[in-house]
Ligand binder design. Structure first.
Ligand code: MLC
Ligand code: AMP
Length: 494
């Protein structure tokens, strides 16, 4: 049995239910048993995976977590990859992380096996571990690297964010304390499990405290509303787009249903929004409908959660609150001093035990992202009456759509492969549902191009949420006096 802290925690919850679906229940003990057997299979006779990268392509739920825990107990680094990615996106994550093993469930194995074989990966089935032969699992120091998550930024391709076991534990413990998680909690999980919102804030916190998780393969609105009405949950966490979709659904429902849904939401002990800006109007609409003041928080793959409104106290619409326990946050003017006064905007910089180790195999990008030991988030904020308000991002090349961080440069590189496109510029435009909509202005070499055509062409190259929602065909792209493309001017083209 491993000595990792989450294993000890899970052992203490024993026969308590960890995962519940419409057709199954899995206890903490079952996760431990399944993960121990998978760890033995992963080790395959060796004493320690010694930080080998193990890619994980498994439907959210019991087997996903058992696989993650197996990788950790065997001493590997878990690389969860996006279930709905295209083959080129998978290939990039697998080769960039230098993964040598892939654990998949049968649902996903069929699609990825040819690629995995071509890349020479060892393949394991997450659902069928051989019976565990009791062996000594390796001793894992807390500063061992545990996870690589791919996140976009101001580079063409996503970068791998590396966190240790100690980082992950610090990120989880901070939230457990701030939001008062307990074994009495029950939470739905419908977010993708290759990002921290799902991995840390939901599954990580719930399983650290003995709570129950109801996993869904996707955000299935009618099903989730039914479960809310049945008082299945105490806590609910989502991105702003989901609250917008819930408001639309509630407003479209029959009066009797509407009352049942809104009063069920009112009974939850906590509802959190994050991963993108929650418009104050949506915050206020949600309170008017359900009586719940959404708790908005701010975080990032590289640091976990940094700022949060108060669990017991003010939840101010349009603001992200104050620093979470164990997290230090400062605002810094570019090439200037640390900002101490209110109403002066600066870049959010973060320090603390939850902050990541660096980008995988990218020492220069890592060095550039820190200033005097503080992580530079690239987000601008201002302090007003003690609470932080996010003002936007330093880079126009980062788009947040539906809670996903997207690189405009990655999308532009894909569009430039189109035979008709001579030049292009991708920007995020304000959108009521998605926060920002991916929008492309293109100069054609020849002929004409319509949005449906372009979207169909993108399908093999880009995940759904990276595919442009808006297209503008122009004769030239706006440039400044130096001949440089200006993205703010591109926005005005739409
Ligand atoms: C999907 N669609 C989009 C889109 N995404 N359209 C515009 N912009 C987007 N971003 C379209 C699809 O093409 C499809 O169109 C239709 O919407 C339904 O697609 P879907 O994928 O089925 O949508 P849905 O299931 O409703 O997904 C919406 C969502 C999802 C909000 C549930 O985007 C999601 O899970 N987002 C969360 C991502 C996340 O966890 N981020 C956290 C990162 S960590 P058509 O025409 O085919 O019907 C982080 C740190 C932190 O940020 O602070 O947490
Ligand atoms: P990711 O790289 O996917 O982890 O996304 C992190 C980014 O999401 C941050 O750098 C912010 O730009 C954005 N973000 C997260 N939470 C919020 C929030 N509450 N308000 C505004 N932006 C947010």
């Amino acid at each position: 049995m491993s000595d990792l802290p989450f294993v000890a925690q899970a052992r203490s919850f024993g026969d308590g239910v960890a995962f519940r679906t419409a057709t199954s229940l899995h206890t903490y003990r079952q996760i431990l048993d399944h993960s121990a057997a998978l760890a033995v299979a992963l080790l395959d006779g060796t004493p320690d995976l010694c930080e080998a990268r193990v890619a994980l392509l498994v439907t959210p739920g019991f087997e996903h977590t058992a696989t993650q825990w197996a990788i950790w107990q065997a001493g590997g680094i878990a690389v969860p990859i996006c279930l709905s990615a295209t083959e080129p996106e998978w290939e990039y994550a697998l080769t960039d992380s230098e993964a040598t093993i892939l654990v998949a469930d049968p649902v996903h194995a069929a699609r990825i096996t040819p690629l995995a074989r071509r890349l020479g990966l060892r393949l394991l089935d997450a659902t069928q571990p051989a019976p565990a032969i009791p062996i000594d699992l390796p001793r894992i120091e807390r500063d061992r690297r545990a996870m690589i998550l791919y996140t976009s930024g101001t580079t063409n391709k996503p970068k791998g964010v590396v966190t240790t076991h100690a980082n992950i534990q610090a990120q989880i413990e901070s939230l457990v304390q701030a939001w008062e998680w307990s074994a009495r909690d029950r939470i739905p999980m419908f977010l993708p499990l290759h990002h921290i919102h799902g991995i840390i804030n939901i599954i990580g916190c719930a399983l650290w405290t003995g709570a129950v998780v109801e996993p869904f393969a996707r955000f299935d609105l009618p099903l989730i509303l039914d479960r809310v009405r049945a008082d299945a949950y105490t806590v609910f966490m989502a991105v702003p787009t989901i609250y917008v979709k819930l408001i639309e659904a509630i407003e479209a429902s029959a009066p009797g249903d509407r009352e049942a849904i809104t009063s069920a939401f009112r009974r939850l002990r906590l509802m959190v929004s994050g991963s993108a800006a929650l418009p104050a109007s949506v915050h206020q609409q949600w309170t008017a409908l359900t009586g719940q003041a959404l708790l908005e928080r701010y975080g990032m793959t590289e640091i976990g959660m940094a700022l949060s409104n108060l669990y017991r106290g003010e939840r101010r619409p349009g603001f992200v609150g104050t620093a979470l326990p164990g997290v230090e946050v400062r605002l810094k003017a570019e090439h200037g001093p640390v900002i101490t006064a209110e109403h002066e905007p600066g870049e959010i910089q973060v320090r603390g035990p939850g902050v990541f180790q660096g980008y995988w195999n990218r020492p220069e990008a890592t060095a550039e992202s820190f200033e005097d030991g503080w992580f530079r988030t690239g987000d601008m904020a201002v302090l007003e009456k003690g609470f932080f308000r996010i003002m936007g991002r330093l880079s126009v090349d980062i788009i947040k759509s539906g809670g996903y961080k997207l690189s405009a440069l990655e999308i532009e590189a894909a569009l430039l492969e189109h035979p008709l496109i001579a030049e292009c510029a991708v920007v995020g435009l304000p959108d009521d549902t998605w926060g920002e909509a991916v929008s492309a202005a293109v100069v054609l070499k020849d002929g004409s191009l319509a949005l449906p055509e372009l979207r169909a062409w993108c399908k093999d190259r880009l995940s759904t949420y990276k595919i442009p929602q808006r297209l503008k065909v122009v004769s030239e792209l706006p440039r400044n006096a130096m001949g440089k493309l200006t993205k703010p001017a591109v926005k005005t083209l739409f």
